[in-house]
Design a protein around this ligand. Structure first.
Ligand SMILES: NC(=O)c1ccc[n+]([C@@H]2O[C@H](COP(=O)([O-])OP(=O)(O)OC[C@H]3O[C@@H](n4cnc5c(N)ncnc54)[C@H](OP(=O)(O)O)[C@@H]3O)[C@@H](O)[C@H]2O)c1
Length: 359
């Protein structure tokens, strides 16, 4: 039997995109999810096998896992969906990957690292835009400055975000920010720090004007606050992103009204208002992401590097499938792993359209 993998949540925006790219590569994933009509329709469109079950239907979940080498979990928010899938992977001795960016999910997987090692399987959450490129950038910076004690990462994504990403962000509104300080994940207020960041010159994009792109970026509780520590051991980590001035104001206001936005009636209201889908093919094609990172040590040494990547959802699909293929080829390390820890800082350079430069 040829090796295959399970895409769970295949009918979501990102799951569907990954399915499409998988078929274009000649892969034959088994599609799965809880929505029978949507999963069947998608599977028929791509001539793929499918299974329908919710995450609490343990025997169906186990049966589906028995057919594959690895899972690519695309059903988020992952703080609500990851645990049953990880536990099923450990039970069935199958590898687990997902496209989360949630700190709590990374840390929960890290806490199960020993169990995964004993089971001989790899747990690798975060095989998408968050965290593949930034994790590779973090390790690249650490390789350039092994004595680094502080790491700052930033990204400037020039495209629209999907339903699931908005749903996950909305769910976390009011929870404030997070950084890593002396090795510990530490809560800070929302929009804790801003910083002017020089993302360098955009290469090969007719949609971005020439010249250095300098933007005001703000701290966010991004996945690398968790993962970059596992990849590099650097004990102080901050992650920044560029947001429009109106969003920055909202983030600051959430320090005071966040508790209200987190209440159930507000959450129900906000979640219902999120439009389905995500960026169109054309928008993804036009979009791109600029990344910047800086590592420094206590002696005043400092290195900076930058990445340019395709648009975030395109990158997610490409990165996730590259990793699924590696796993199916037997290239994995049992236990909890980050992408760069398992596959090295150059993993991201295998993706078409990614370039890296050192300052
Ligand atoms: N890290 C990254 O770079 C990255 C990139 C892309 C997406 N993401 C994350 O991936 C997730 C999906 O995003 P998206 O835009 O593709 O979302 P979406 O279009 O809203 O689709 C969500 C998918 O998850 C399923 N799902 C949600 N809750 C579920 C549950 N409790 N049990 C079973 N299935 C469930 C949905 O199934 P139904 O149709 O049955 O509701 C649907 O298939 C989000 O958390 C997003 O933040 C991360």
């Amino acid at each position: 039997m040829p090796k295959t993998f399970l895409i769970y949540g295949a009918n979501g925006y990102t799951g569907e995109l990954i399915t499409r790219y998988a078929v274009e590569r000649g892969l034959n994933p088994i599609l799965a999810g809880r929505n029978a009509i949507a999963i069947e329709e998608l599977a028929k469109k791509h001539h793929l096998e499918y299974r329908v079950f919710s995450l609490d239907e343990t025997s169906r979940l186990d049966a589906a896992l028995q057919e594959v080498e690895t899972v690519l979990h695309c059903a988020g928010p992952f703080s609500l969906t990851s645990r049953p899938m990880v536990e099923a992977c450990l039970r069935n001795k199958k590898h687990y990957t997902d496209i989360t960016g949630e700190i709590a999910v990374f840390e929960a997987c890290a806490a199960m690292g020993k169990k995964a090692e004993d089971a001989g399987v790899m747990l690798m959450p975060g095989v998408g835009f968050d965290v593949v490129p930034s994790d590779c950038l973090a390790l690249h910076l650490k390789n350039r400055l092994p004595s680094a004690t502080h790491l700052s990462l930033a990204f400037y994504g020039m495209a629209r975000i999907s339903h699931g990403t908005q749903a996950t962000m909305t769910m976390n509104v009011g929870k404030g920010g997070a950084i890593r300080q002396n090795g510990k994940i530490t809560s800070v207020p929302a929009a804790w720090k801003t910083r002017e960041i020089d993302f360098g010159e955009s290469v090969s994009s007719p949609h971005v004007s020439k010249g250095s792109i300098v933007k005001t970026a703000v701290t966010i509780p991004w996945g690398d606050v968790a993962t970059a520590f596992h990849s590099t051991g650097i004990p102080n980590i901050e992650v920044f992103t560029v947001v429009p001035p109106s969003a920055l104001k909202m983030m600051k206001a959430s320090r005071y009204i966040g508790w209200l936005l987190a209440t159930k009636p507000f959450q129900d209201y906000l979640q219902k208002k999120i439009p389905p889908g995500g960026p169109s093919d054309e928008e993804r094609e036009k979009g791109k992401t600029l990344m910047w990172g800086e590592a420094s040590d206590l002696n005043g040494n400092r290195v900076e590097s930058r990445l340019q990547t395709p648009e975030g959802y395109t990158l997610t699909a490409l990165a996730a499938l590259n990793i699924a293929e590696k796993i199916m080829n037997g290239n994995f390390t049992p236990g909890y792993q980050t992408p760069a820890k398992a596959y090295g800082a150059d993993l991201v350079l295998d993706i078409n359209g990614v370039s890296r430069s050192d300052v």
